[in-house]
Ligand binder design. Structure first.
Ligand SMILES: [Zn+2]
Length: 385
């Protein structure tokens, strides 16, 4: 049995939107799972011990919107190792919004089904620097049958990539296929807003109300935002989870949050990056978006963190995303960066800065010590064992 103890923690952010801060200054991890959260926990003799030095611990970030292909490579921007680089941005898990940049992407019913199965299976056993990628985001195509969805679910396909991508726009058939996907237990996300690339459609409230996806993706545009009227209809006329991303329109974010407040739907908001895309590859995209949501949208930083962790874990049924006994020990240790006007990680987010990461733990293993991508944290961790 392996044990790790993190002690001398300044604040523990839970990842639970409705109860976002935990009491305690230490976290015990056993065999890759969170075992105990309390004050003054003592280490067992053979435990590895991390002294957080008063820094903040949050759940590992879950990026709800990534466009990987196969391997840690982006053909869109000709970049390698971007997924491993995101671990240095505090991201421990990614959800594929569709492997749409796959060179020679197979189309047609057989092609897209094959791609989804390959994506799901390849990513289930390939983890760059420990990153957990839920791949195989199925892109809908003419000719898929209900039996195809059952076969894909059996083969490990857990979700649909963005509905509306992939050049297929028969909305009656799409709504029928989404019904099959839901019956097979798949989570359904849907592109909202302007056309993202040549060959795709502008998609608004009418489409979302017809399809009723689990997640209305990038309400702030990927990259072109829909109208505020469309956003309000999606909030009030669907039950969809509401996604805000990095590679979209930053100015509209506070307006979206105001509408969410008006309809008592702030707890439906999640955060993703939508990279790689034409906008680029942004390893700090999740931290930056949390900061925008908190600083521009007037959301308490611990709740903005929940939007990037626990709320996403809930919609995808993941055994992570919160700091609670029995869940996977994916954790980020972070603090105010050197020179910031803020005194700790939460205040850093609240004023629109990016925190400094001193440690990233995945499945109870310290994968990153002193991020190469964030500014240096004021309080660095110390190791002993
Ligand atoms: Zn999109």
């Amino acid at each position: 049995m392996s044990e790790m103890l993190i002690h001398n923690i300044g604040r523990i952010v839970s990842g639970d939107f409705h109860s976002p801060v935990l009491e305690g200054d230490s976290i015990r991890i056993r065999d890759g799972l969170i075992a105990e959260i309390s004050y003054g926990l003592a280490a067992d003799a053979d435990a590895s011990v991390i002294d957080a030095n008063g820094a903040t611990v949050i759940p590992g970030l879950i990026d709800s919107h990534v466009h990987p292909v196969i391997g840690d490579f982006s053909p869109r921007q000709k970049i390698v190792d971007f997924i491993a680089s995101c671990v240095h941005g505090g991201v421990t898990r990614m959800i594929s919004a569709g492997e749409v940049h796959m060179p020679g992407r197979p189309t047609g019913a057989i092609g897209t089904k094959s791609m989804a199965i390959v994506g799901a299976k390849a990513w289930s056993s390939y983890r760059p620097d420990g990153m957990k990628v839920q791949g195989g985001g199925l892109l809908l195509q003419e000719g898929l049958t209900e039996a195809d969805f059952e076969e894909m679910a059996t083969a490990g396909v857990k979700h649909l990539g963005e509905v509306g991508l992939g050049g297929y726009h028969d909305w009656d058939r799409i709504a029928e296929m989404v019904g099959w996907a839901k019956r097979c237990g798949m989570t359904v996300m849907m592109h909202i807003g302007g056309a993202s690339i040549p060959g795709s459609d502008a998609i608004g409230a009418e489409h979302a109300i017809k399809v009723q996806p689990h997640i209305a993706s990038h309400l702030n545009g990927g990259p072109t935002a829909p109208t505020l009227a469309d956003i309000e209809r999606i909030i009030s006329e669907t039950d969809a989870t509401l996604e805000i991303i990095q590679c979209g329109n930053a100015v509209i974010i506070p307006r979206i949050l105001d509408l969410a407040r008006k309809h008592d739907a702030v707890d439906r908001v999640i955060i993703g990056s939508d990279m790689p895309s034409g906008t680029g590859v942004i390893p700090l995209g999740m931290l930056r978006t949390i900061s925008w949501v908190s600083a521009l949208g007037d959301v308490p930083p611990e709740q903005a963190i929940a939007m990037a962790t626990g709320t996403t874990a809930q919609i995808y049924n993941l055994p992570a995303g919160r700091i609670a006994p029995g869940l996977e020990a994916d954790l980020v240790i972070m603090d105010a960066p050197i020179g910031s006007a803020a005194d700790d990680a939460l205040e850093t987010l609240q004023i629109g800065d990016t925190p400094g990461i001193s440690g990233v733990i995945i499945d109870g293993e310290l994968r990153v010590r002193a991020s190469v991508n964030t500014p240096p944290a004021r309080r660095q961790l110390e190791l002993s064992s």
